[in-house]
Design a protein around this ligand. Structure first.
Ligand code: AMP
Ligand code: MG
Length: 504
């Protein structure tokens, strides 16, 4: 059973439990200062939640810290090593090529978060890359990750975005920037892969015990009987559970993760890597935005299955820890992996039922739901607004909502809504709360592609006021505000963005 001894800090401030595992796991990182850092965005709410000890808007030392120019007191910068399957191909060594882990920030309440600077210069894992980030991806990650958090999706978060004052060369010269990213940890399926596949598995048990202690101590207590004290099986089971929840949440929001490689799958179950991700506007059952995903491997409908694939990779890496006899380990791991489709289905049905205002979803609801999706697709209807429209009808709030100016249901959808109403009349349980829940799970505002794009253009030209407004509006995505038409509307035909680029 994993010991808790890795993770000892009880005092708020920086701690370095992962770096303390030694240089098999990470490399000491030198800071690489930039010439003229300028603060673009600062996340006051997150800073308050962390009990962060300063504010770069007023404190020049703090600005130097989030620019990677000066080490914060008690930080200990390192870059971590990992591997990963990228589009199905195994890459035996990736690692933090443009990210520096400053340490783990422990809050007053004893919560522990990685604080990472992304784009702060080359590391031993940069593999010829410059270790820098253009401003576009930094703004995109800040906006979309914070919007995801507000939508209730587990995610890494953004504490600060800083313009580096230095250009980076991509397909063109672009202004550079640095993001301060906050995560429960940055340990990935790819981290486990690295230790399972390198030097005959040296460090694998230490890593897995560490991850179990850091993220799954409750599960270890709760499931140790069922898994006969096998920490690796408990961990596998817990990671499967978190991913089933996570991907079901992405699906019902129309969120398409752009690069679901195993190195972009965090063991803690938070969304990471906002490269070429996107929320769909009009419903497209095959939605795929990423310009690098030519085969549609990570298209919206494939994401639950790809997560299953990634989890199977994790299971394979854990086999030697599950049991030294492969004949015993393999079926044990398989039985956990085989539960995943059921788990995903369970959470997906729950979320879909909540969005549609149904007490539960049974087989007989299949046709009704299928027809709804078919209508959305065939009439090119906006996915988010269509679900919000259902919430407004159910709650009888359409007359006081800006929605009629944003969403005009075609006759076929109005017909469908009559069938849907009679299905809702058959709901058992607390009708009022089922109906109210619809407004809490069907957002008014999502970080639409054309808005993110506009934010990036403005930030690149030195204009952050509108970007800040977007951050602030995205923080409250389940209500209407007076001036919402522009934030909530679907893009006009000439504004629609159907391709996204990682631009890293
Ligand atoms: P990603 O596609 O963002 O998941 O990154 C895949 C790998 O490439 C990771 O190991 C990154 O650290 C590395 N990488 C991406 N961009 C850069 C860059 N500009 N310089 C160095 N490494 C990079
Ligand atoms: Mg990545």
């Amino acid at each position: 059973m994993a010991s808790q001894s890795f993770i000892t800090a009880v005092r708020p401030g920086f701690d370095h439990s992962y770096a303390a595992l030694g240089n098999l796991f990470c490399s000491v990182q030198r800071l690489d200062p930039v010439s003229e850092p300028v603060l673009l965005l600062w996340n006051e709410d997150l800073a308050a939640r962390l009990g962060w000890p300063g504010d770069p808007r007023s404190d020049p030392l703090q600005l130097q810290a989030v620019a990677g120019n000066q080490a914060l007191e008690c930080s200990q910068p390192v870059a971590t090593v990992y591997a990963g399957h990228q589009f199905g191909q195994y890459n035996p060594q990736l690692g933090d090529g443009r990210a520096t882990l400053l340490g783990e920030w422990v809050t007053e309440a004893g919560e522990r978060f990685d604080i990472q600077l992304k784009g702060a210069g080359p590391t031993p894992y940069s593999r010829g890359g410059d270790g820098r980030s253009p401003m576009g991806p930094v703004i995109r990650e800040y906006l979309v990750s914070e919007a995801m958090h507000a939508l209730g999706v587990p995610t890494t978060r953004a504490l600060a975005a800083v313009a580096s004052g230095e250009p980076v060369m991509r397909t063109r010269m672009e202004p550079g920037a640095i993001l301060t990213r906050v995560a429960s940890s940055h340990l990935r399926i790819g981290t486990v892969q690295y230790f399972a596949m390198t030097r005959g598995g040296e460090g694998l048990r230490e890593l897995v015990d560490y991850v179990a202690a850091r993220h799954f101590s409750k599960e270890l207590e709760g499931r140790s009987d069922e898994y006969r004290g096998n920490a690796s099986l408990v961990l596998l089971d817990a990671v499967c559970e978190r991913f089933a929840q996570l991907v079901s949440h992405w699906q019902v929001l129309g969120f398409v993760h752009g690069v679901l490689n195993t190195d972009n799958a965090l063991l803690c179950g938070e969304t990471i890597d906002y490269g070429p991700c996107a929320f769909m506007d009009n419903f497209d059952p095959e939605a795929c935005f990423s310009s690098i995903d030519r085969q549609g491997r990570y298209a919206w409908p494939n994401q639950p299955g790809i997560i299953h694939w990634n989890l199977a990779v994790l299971a394979e890496c854990l086999l030697p820890l599950i049991d030294e006899d492969p004949e015993i380990a393999q079926p044990l791991a398989q039985s956990v992996i085989d539960l995943y489709p059921q788990r995903f289905h369970h959470y997906h049905q729950l979320r879909l039922a909540a969005k549609l205002g149904l007490d539960h979803i049974s087989e007989s609801d299949g046709a009704l739901i299928q027809t709804f999706h078919t209508l959305l697709a065939s009439h090119n209807l906006d996915f988010t607004l269509a679900f919000r429209w259902l919430a407004e009808i159910a709650n009888d709030t359409l007359d006081h909502s800006p929605l009629p100016a944003l969403f005009v249901p075609p006759a076929a959808l109005l017909d469908w809504a009559e069938q849907w109403k009679s299905r809702r009349n058959a709901n058992k349980g607390d009708t009022l709360s089922i109906t109210e829940t619809m407004s809490q799970v069907n957002p008014t505002i999502i970080p639409r592609n054309h808005l993110v794009h506009r934010a990036i253009d403005l930030a690149e030209s030195g204009e952050t006021a509108w970007v800040k407004q977007m951050v602030s509006r995205s923080a409250d995505p389940f209500v209407w505000r007076d001036d919402d038409l522009d934030w909530a509307r679907a893009p006009a035909t000439d504004e629609r963005i159907t391709r996204t680029f990682c631009g890293t």
